[in-house]
Design a protein. Structure first.
Length: 198
């Protein structure tokens, strides 16, 4: 039996990928190259008119904005939570998302694990993300979480640094982002999924 080739969709304006991200909440975008991740996030932000909350945990995107390499859009609010300010900032974010439709980007999951290194804190952060996803569903918001990851033989995708296994849930969409020549390619990891060419 021949393998079915996945459907390839040209999506320069990110209309199709935004619709795809509405199917599940939250959505995790895995990438092994930080600059490809930043390029994708900038294209996503540029394509969205609704308010955007950007939780910048690795400060790469903020660095681009502050250097002037990326122009900050008026509908974008950037948060830089620390371990000490996490609860206060997260409360502000969930209050906003519970009232209005947002695109929420958490960049990146690795930063969360670097900030909170014990298991109890990791469980707390996962609970925060699931609460945010639940509230986001009520307001038709989209929640995108990026993660730097590498594939480990027989173990699936592993977050780097730190080697944490991605927590899978039936409600979570997991995508892989890579660059082939000049195009960003994003696809769902499992099944005969569509491939979006940006």
């Amino acid at each position: 039996m021949l393998d079915k080739s996945p459907e390839q969709i040209l999506d320069s304006k990110l209309v199709h990928i935004q619709n795809e991200f509405k199917e599940k909440i939250p959505n995790v975008v895995l990438c092994s190259e930080p600059f490809h991740k930043a390029e994708f996030l900038n294209k996503l932000i540029e394509s969205v008119e609704k308010p955007i909350i950007f939780v910048d945990l690795d400060l790469l995107y903020t660095g681009y904005v502050e250097s002037g390499m990326i122009q900050k859009k008026n509908n974008l609010t950037i948060f830089h939570p620390t371990k000490q300010s996490w609860e206060e900032k997260f409360t502000e974010i969930i209050t906003k998302v519970s009232k209005e439709k947002f695109l929420v980007i958490i960049d990146s999951f690795n930063g969360v694990y670097n900030m909170f290194d014990d298991l109890e804190s990791a469980i707390f952060i996962n609970s925060c993300i699931m609460l945010l996803a639940s509230l986001g569903k009520d307001t038709d918001s989209s929640i995108i979480i990026t993660a730097m990851a590498r594939k480990k033989e027989n173990n699936g995708w592993i977050l780097t640094p730190g080697g944490k296994q991605i927590i899978k849930s039936a409600k979570t969409g997991i995508y892989l982002l890579k660059k082939i020549e000049k195009d960003l390619i994003i696809r769902q990891i499992e099944g005969d999924s569509k491939i979006f060419k940006i």
